[in-house]
Design a binder for this molecule. Structure first.
Ligand SMILES: C[S@@+](CC[C@H](N)C(=O)[O-])C[C@H]1O[C@@H](n2cnc3c(N)ncnc32)[C@H](O)[C@@H]1O
Ligand SMILES: O=C(O)C(=O)C[C@]1(C(=O)O)C=C[C@@H](O)C=C1
Length: 243
């Protein structure tokens, strides 16, 4: 696993904007498992979804790969396929360094390339499977449609986008309920009220979350003909969209 996340456990004079630096890289698996309800279930299902949608002689993309957990899950689902390669992209140099080490420690028949790039700039082509597992939420809202257009254009017919996101509810009461349930989940996983509130302040400006309706509309706008939420726990969900 990784070291325990105690980044926000002591009172901070001022809480800086959250970023994926070396300190976060070191604790990332522990942080995401204790912070995102259903993260393990989503990772467990990625091989199954990959297997259903992967096509011979295509590329699979993991956009915002962090330490490569979803990359390796995708790889499990395409080992029997011929001519496939996986491209994992992240714009944090520290994450990319760790992802390379992590991926190299597993033997694989599927070639995997890890690139340090901004997914707003990177190319997507000849793709059958694209995973964005809690990444689009960190892209500036005005650039999200452009990123999804690029993904849609780079997918082959029948290809899939697996998009996982934290969401807000359009109803104030339901939003409050889902946030409370999420905070109870974090408390049950050992985070203190101080850690929860400092983390919340740190991500506030860098993680501007959309509603489910906004995601659905955007996917329709870029051209996806089929889409469904296939997993949700509190205010965290995962969708599939098929070209
Ligand atoms: C919550 S983590 C993703 C977790 C990972 N997909 C997984 O399943 O374990 C978000 C990642 O997206 C990366 N990221 C955020 N904005 C990005 C961008 N514009 N281009 C590339 N990577 C980005 C961050 O560096 C971070 O590693
Ligand atoms: O900790 C929170 O409250 C979160 O929103 C979790 C979340 C995410 O959704 O990506 C935020 C930042 C970290 O990368 C890990 C998890």
């Amino acid at each position: 696993m990784s070291s325990r996340d105690n980044i926000f456990s002591q009172p901070l004079a001022s809480v800086q904007d959250f970023c994926f630096d070396q300190q976060v890289v070191e604790v990332f698996p522990d942080m995401i498992n204790r912070s995102v309800p259903g993260y393990a279930s989503i990772l467990q299902t990625i091989p199954q979804l990959t297997q259903r949608f992967v096509q011979d002689n295509t590329k699979l993309y993991d956009l915002g790969c962090s330490r490569g957990a979803a990359t390796l899950a995708m790889r499990q689902g395409c080992e029997q396929q011929s001519g496939c390669e996986i491209i994992a992209i992240d714009n944090s140099p520290a994450m990319v360094e760790r992802a390379k080490q992590h991926i190299d420690s597993f033997k694989t028949t599927v070639p995997i390339t890890v690139r340090c790039e901004d997914i707003v700039e990177s190319e997507v082509d000849n793709a059958s499977v694209v995973v964005m597992n809690f990444t689009l939420q960190f892209v500036a809202p005005e650039l999200r449609q452009q990123v999804l257009e690029k993904v849609f254009n780079g997918l082959r017919p029948g290809g899939v986008l697996i998009l996982s996101e934290k969401i807000r509810s359009e109803s104030a009461a339901m939003n409050e309920l889902l946030i409370d349930l999420h905070h109870d989940f974090k408390r049950a996983n050992g985070y203190s009220d101080l850690e929860i509130s400092q983390k919340r302040a740190a991500i506030e400006n860098v993680m501007r979350i959309d509603s489910l309706e906004t995601h659905q509309q955007r996917l329709t706008n870029v051209g996806f003909s089929q889409q469904s939420v296939w997993f949700q726990c509190f205010n965290f969900l995962s969708m599939v969209a098929v070209k």
